[in-house]
Ligand binder design. Structure first.
Ligand SMILES: Nc1ncnc2c1ncn2[C@@H]1O[C@H](COP(=O)(O)OP(=O)(O)OP(=O)(O)O)[C@@H](O)[C@H]1O
Ligand SMILES: [Mg+2]
Length: 278
């Protein structure tokens, strides 16, 4: 049953034996003729899963998201999203990049409408209505007419999230969305993100360097090692939903944070006498 996965995690196939929502098999990636960045990555993600990718800088987390999104070509192996190749699945995916990339000359409202404009499936009126709804959902109705430079970092990230959700993605790819925020803002946005997930039911692949954040948000945590990037651990997070602030002081939560931190420390034990990148 687990033969596809070297770390022995049971893929979340549904009872009907359909393939998992997101399926990555024997994936290898190198840029040009450079060294292997990702090697033999196999990962199966069920619909509704929230997967966090964690691992040292340079291990290939952003690369893996870009491969899933179809932004960069696969060297070897396969990826399917709802049975489609990444390039054909763009309409059901949204990507939130490592730094909130808002258009400075557009208002908050205008930034949220951007994805809908590119889709060209809605009238101006429909787009406006949709963006207004989303801004309410992420608590930004008051600042709809402001420009990005007039917002705090946390607010900018909320705009990015609203923009990504506007196109109703079924797969949300997030690359360290909260990495630049203070801890309190990050904790609050973590809870908001889980509320949005409960309302909208997307599947998520989420990159983070924060173990606490990964445990709080995820249904599974995938630990990657570097040079080449490979899956080292695939750790199930057993807590149910909804989750709220009280989980953060739960002994079982703290124990799992300890376990994932330990898994990361074990990566640092040199296997080839090479130190990791900062
Ligand atoms: N377009 C590219 N061309 C060549 N090499 C690249 C390219 N993009 C990334 N790399 C290399 O691939 C490796 C993995 O990069 P990637 O950005 O996926 O790492 P990461 O795990 O996201 O790191 P971080 O935690 O610092 O964001 C790095 O060695 C990087 O230099
Ligand atoms: Mg990265």
């Amino acid at each position: 049953m687990n033969r596809n996965n070297q770390v022995g995690m049971t893929p979340e196939t549904d009872g009907a034996g359909r393939p998992p929502f997101l399926s990555i098999h024997g994936l290898h990636k190198r840029y040009g003729s450079g060294a292997a960045i990702l090697e033999d990555v196999t990962l199966e993600v069920g619909a509704g899963d929230f997967i966090s990718l964690i691992g040292p800088s340079g291990c290939g987390k952003s690369t893996l998201l870009k491969l899933v999104s179809g932004l960069t070509p696969i060297t070897q192996g396969t990826i399917t999203v709802d049975g489609m190749e990444p390039a054909n699945a763009r309409e059901i995916m949204s990507f939130i990049f490592q730094d909130a990339t808002l258009l400075p000359w557009r208002t908050v409202q205008g930034n949220v409408e951007l994805g809908l404009e590119l889709q060209r499936t809605m009238t101006v009126e429909q787009r406006r209505k949709k963006a207004t709804e989303l801004l309410a959902l992420v608590g930004l109705s008051d600042v709809a007419s402001r420009y990005p430079r007039q917002l705090s970092g946390g607010m900018r990230m909320r705009v990015s999230i609203a923009r990504a959700l506007a196109t109703r993605p079924r797969l949300l790819l997030m690359d360290e969305p909260f990495g630049a925020l203070d801890e309190m803002t990050r904790d609050r946005l973590n809870e908001e993100l889980l509320k949005l997930r409960a309302e909208q039911g997307w599947t998520a692949m989420f990159v983070t360097h924060s173990v606490a954040e990964a445990v709080f948000l995820s249904t599974r945590i995938v630990v990657l090692e570097a040079k080449p990037g490979r899956i080292r651990r695939d750790i199930a997070v057993p807590f149910g939903f909804p989750r709220n602030e009280s989980l953060r002081s739960d002994p079982a939560y703290l124990a799992l944070v300890g376990e994932v931190s330990q898994a990361l420390r074990e990566l640092k034990k040199p296997m080839s006498g090479e130190g990791g990148a900062g």
